[in-house]
Ligand binder design. Structure first.
Ligand code: 3DU
Length: 216
């Protein structure tokens, strides 16, 4: 996946009005937007369809899908039918659950991102001990796209070494959670950024300063 300016906006606002107000200002800088539970639970899955159509962008849906294969497949089918280009799926549920999402994606010409390790402090307790195993599982399954934390660069580097240079790795945790944009891009292909942009007094200025800071 190609990502303009290497920045994926995490559109965690709670209404389409807020989404449009933000995107009317900053959409020229972006071509990939991540939509998760906050906006979809507030406005329905149509939010995915509407944002994609109105702003002509790729949509990564962040539903951290983590159920049995049969249920995962239904979630993936409905999400892709709504217009999502890609779906983020948890890896800890195991290969059969992940495979059901991959199968749905392949049938519809869409993509799956495998979530390895999360970026928040609590991820160290249960997820961290298995996150490299999840990355290995993804490689064995032939998965191309991964999510890994910008808040622990040593771990992100390890994930990159497991998935290889040709895999596509996106990384949340930049800004508000403490991750550094430029350092993260030593290992990741694109950054996922939410609050540092949509809570900034001037989202355009914030985005421009992040873009300036990552230009090599
Ligand atoms: O911290 P921010 O506001 O920049 O948002 C980060 C986004 O990425 C947010 O949607 C969150 O749900 C998601 N995310 C993580 O922060 C960490 C992960 O490991 C996976 C997803």
């Amino acid at each position: 996946m190609e990502v303009k300016n290497k920045i994926i906006l995490a559109l965690d606002v709670l209404s389409m009005d807020q989404a449009r107000e933000l995107l009317d200002e900053i959409s020229d800088y972006l071509d990939t937007i991540k939509i998760g539970y906050p906006l979809v639970l507030a406005e329905g899955l149509e939010a995915v369809t509407q944002v994609k159509e109105e702003y002509q962008c790729k949509i990564i849906t962040d539903f951290k899908v983590a159920d049995i294969p049969a249920t995962n497949q239904k979630i993936a089918n409905v999400t892709f039918q709504a217009g999502a280009d890609a779906l983020i799926v948890h890896g800890f549920v195991g290969p059969d659950s992940v495979a059901s999402c991959v199968e749905s994606a392949e049938k519809q010409g869409k993509e799956v991102f495998l979530l390895t390790e999360m970026s928040h402090p609590g991820a160290s307790q249960f997820l961290q001990p298995v996150s490299m195993d999840i990355a290995h599982m993804g490689v064995e399954m032939g998965i191309q796209n991964y999510v890994g934390p910008s808040t622990r660069l040593d771990r992100l580097e390890k994930i990159r070494s497991i998935i290889g240079k040709d895999s596509f790795l996106i990384s949340p945790g930049v800004g508000t959670q403490g991750g550094d944009p430029k350092d993260t891009l030593k290992f990741a292909d694109a950054l996922i950024i939410g609050r540092s942009i949509y809570l900034a007094p001037d989202p355009v200025e914030s985005l421009e300063s992040i873009i300036d800071s990552i230009e090599f």
